[in-house]
Design a protein around this ligand. Structure first.
Ligand code: NAD
Length: 500
C-alpha cells in the first residue's frame, strides 16, 4: 500500500473528535441515555474523546425513525435517484478522505497507508459499484399455469422489494469499510438502516451518517447509534421493528444475534470469524509464496477476518519457507499508525493485546515451538510482535481458535499427506478464506475444490473486489456480501398472479 506523507498530524480528525458526539436519529443529533464511553488511540494509549452510549429506548427511536423514512419519502425515490445518492456518498467520502483517514487511524490503529487506500479507493469503488445496481434490480415474468389455467389465461410476475429496516452491527477492525459494506446494498435496494459501529471505533460511522445527509439521503434512512454491544447491539438485534440484521463480528456474538433475532424471526446475515489455511506446494514461486503468506497473516496486525493463520508447507521447501516468513516478519516496520512508514501498527485495545498474549502463552505451554516474536512490545500503545509457531498440532489452542492477532502456526506435509493436510485445514469450525500456492494447475484446481471456505485464492490470498462475492461456510457465516449476491439478503420476492 502506498504510504502518504500528507497525513502526519491528524488535525482534521482531532477537530472532529473534539466534538460532543451524540446519536444520529432522523437526521438530528440526539443525546443518549447511557454513560459516555472513552475512545483511545491504540498507537499511544492516549484518550482521544468520548462517544454516546445508546440504550434500548434510544435504539427504539432509531428503529422507528428508519421505519418512518422507509414508508415515507425514501419509497418515492426512483432507482436512478437512489443510485445518484449512493454515487454522491462515494464522492463525499473521496472529498473528505483526509479527515476520514486520520480519524480511522487515530481511532482504530489501522496503519495510515492501509486506511488511506481503503478510504480513497476500496470504499468509493464499492459504493459506485452498488450505485449502478438500483436500476437493475427487477423481478421476472414466469410462464406458469396455476389453478388449472392454460397458457394465455394467467400472468405471473415477481417483484423484488426492499426487505425493510436493516440493523447493521459492525466490528472495529476496518470500521468505515465494515459500515459501508452494509450501507451500500441497503441503500441500493431501498432499505432504511440503523448502523451500530463497534464501541471502540464509532468515529467514521458518525461522519458517514453526516455525509449521507449531505448526499441527499432523506432523514431517517441512515441512523447511527453508538454504544455497547451487549446493550445497544443486543437491543437492535432483538427489536421487533427490525426486518433484518446484517452483522459482522465474532462467531460467538453471531450466535447471540441469532438467538436475539428469533423473537420476530427477522432475517439474519452473518460475516464471522476465520482460521484460514494457506498451503504452499514445492513447485510454487517461493519468493512470492513467502511474501504472500507473511502478508496473509500479518496484514493489519492479523486483525483481519481472512487472515491466513494456518500455514501448511511441503517438506521439501519447509525450512526455506519458515526462514523466509521469519525474515519477512522481522523486516516489517513497526510503529505508530499515523507514521507513513509504518507497515505494522498496534492492536486495537489493551484487551485485544491481552487476548493475543494469552493465546501465545497457551501455544508455549502446549509445546508449540516459538520461532519468531511472541511478546508484547515495550512501548506506549498496544503492540504485539509478529509471531510464528512451528511444530504445532491441530488440537493446540492457537491452532484451533481465531486469535485475531499476528500469530502464524506452521505445519509440514509430505506428498503422501496431502489429503490428510486438506482434512486438517478443514478441521476448524471456520470456513471463510484460504489460499493455495503452486504452479501446477492440476494441484490448484484439485485443492481449491476440497477447501471448505467461501473464498479460495491461488497464488494470492484474500482477493477482494466489489464484484466478487464474499462470505463464510460453516461457522464463518450466513450469506454473502459484495457483488450481485450481496443484494439478495436485502430483498424479498413477491409473486403476483393475475387471472382473467
Ligand atoms: P464482536 O463480535 O465482539 O463485535 C462486533 C459488533 O457486535 C460490535 O459492534 C459489538 O458492539 C457488537 N456486539 C457485541 N456483543 C453483542 C450482542 N450481544 N448483541 C449485539 N451486538 C453485539 O467482534 P469484534 O471483536 O468487534 O470483531 C472481531 C471479529 O469480527 C472477528 O471474529 C473477525 O473475524 C470478525 N470479522 C469478520 C469479518 C467477515 O467479513 N467475515 C470481517 C471483519 C471482522
Amino acid at each position: 500500500m502506498p504510504a502518504d506523507a500528507r497525513y502526519s498530524q491528524g488535525q482534521e480528525a482531532t477537530a472532529f473528535l473534539a466534538r460532543h458526539h451524540e446519536l444520529l436519529v432522523h437526521g438530528k443529533w440526539i443525546p443518549a441515555h447511557g454513560r459516555r464511553l472513552g475512545l483511545v488511540d491504540p498507537s499511544s494509549g492516549n484518550d482521544i474523546g468520548t462517544s454516546a452510549a445508546a440504550d434500548a429506548t434510544d435504539v427504539d427511536l432509531a428503529v422507528k425513525s428508519a421505519r418512518k423514512a422507509l414508508d415515507g419519502p425514501w419509497a418515492s425515490f426512483t432507482s436512478a435517484e437512489r443510485g445518484a445518492c449512493i454515487w454522491r456518498i462515494a464522492d463525499l467520502i473521496a472529498a473528505n478522505a483526509q479527515q476520514l483517514t486520520e480519524m480511522e487511524v487515530l481511532n482504530s490503529g489501522l496503519p495510515i497507508g492501509v486506511a488511506g487506500f481503503m478510504i480513497r479507493h476500496l470504499i468509493p469503488d464499492y459504493l459506485r459499484y452498488y450505485a449502478g445496481w438500483p436500476s437493475k434490480i427487477h423481478g421476472l415474468t414466469i410462464p406458469a399455469a396455476p389453478l388449472g389455467k392454460r397458457p394465455g389465461e394467467a400472468l405471473t410476475y415477481t417483484l423484488r422489494e426492499p426487505i425493510g429496516v436493516v440493523g447493521a452491527i459492525v466490528p472495529w477492525n476496518a470500521p468505515l469499510l465494515m459500515a459501508v459494506l452494509k450501507l451500500a446494498p441497503a441503500l441500493a435496494t431501498g432499505c432504511a438502516i440503523v448502523l451500530k459501529p463497534a464501541e471502540f471505533t464509532p468515529c467514521t460511522a458518525l461522519r458517514l451518517g453526516e455525509l449521507c445527509l449531505e448526499a441527499g439521503i432523506p432523514e431517517g434512512v441512515v441512523n447511527v447509534i453508538t454504544g455497547l454491544g451487549e446493550v445497544a447491539g443486543a437491543a437492535l438485534a432483538a427489536h421487533d421493528g427490525v426486518d433484518k440484521i446484517a452483522f459482522t463480528g465474532s462467531t460467538e456474538t453471531g450466535r447471540a444475534i441469532v438467538r436475539a433475532a428469533a423473537g420476530n424471526l427477522k432475517k439474519v446475515t452473518l460475516e464471522l470469524g476465520g482460521k484460514s489455511p494457506v498451503l504452499i506446494f514445492p513447485d510454487a514461486d517461493l519468493q512470492r509464496a513467502i511474501q504472500g503468506a507473511a502478508h496473509a497473516c500479518f496484514f493489519v496486525q492479523g486483525q483481519n477476518c481472512m487472515a491466513g493463520t494456518r500455514l501448511f508447507v511441503h517438506e521439501n521447501v519447509y525450512d526455506e519457507v519458515v526462514t523466509g516468513i521469519c525474515a519477512a516478519a522481522g523486516a516489517l516496520k513497526i510503529g505508530a499508525s499515523m507514521d507513513a512508514a509504518t507497515e505494522f501498527g498496534p492492536l486495537v485495545s489493551a484487551s485485544q493485546l491481552e487476548r493475543v498474549a494469552e493465546f501465545v502463552s497457551a501455544g508455549n505451554r502446549e509445546g508449540a515451538r516459538l520461532v519468531h516474536g511472541g511478546h508484547a512490545i515495550e512501548r506506549a500503545g498496544f503492540y504485539f510482535e509478529p509471531t510464528v509457531f512451528t511444530d504445532v498440532r491441530p488440537d493446540m489452542t492457537p491452532v484451533r481458535n481465531e486469535i485475531f492477532g499476528p500469530v502464524l502456526c506452521v505445519e509440514r506435509f509430505s506428498d503422501a499427506e496431502v489429503e490428510n493436510t486438506i482434512r486438517s485445514a478443514n478441521s476448524t469450525i471456520y470456513g471463510l478464506s484460504g489460499s493455495v500456492w503452486t504452479r501446477d494447475l492440476g494441484t490448484a484446481l484439485r485443492v481449491v475444490r476440497l477447501i471448505d471456505a467461501g473464498q479460495v485464492s491461488v497464488n494470492c490470498h484474500g482477493a477482494i473486489d466489489s464484484a466478487i462475492p464474499f462470505g463464510g461456510n460453516k461457522q464463518s457465516g450466513w450469506g454473502r456480501e459484495f457483488g450481485m449476491e450481496g443484494l439478495d439478503s436485502y430483498l424479498k420476492t413477491k409473486a403476483i398472479t393475475i387471472t382473467w
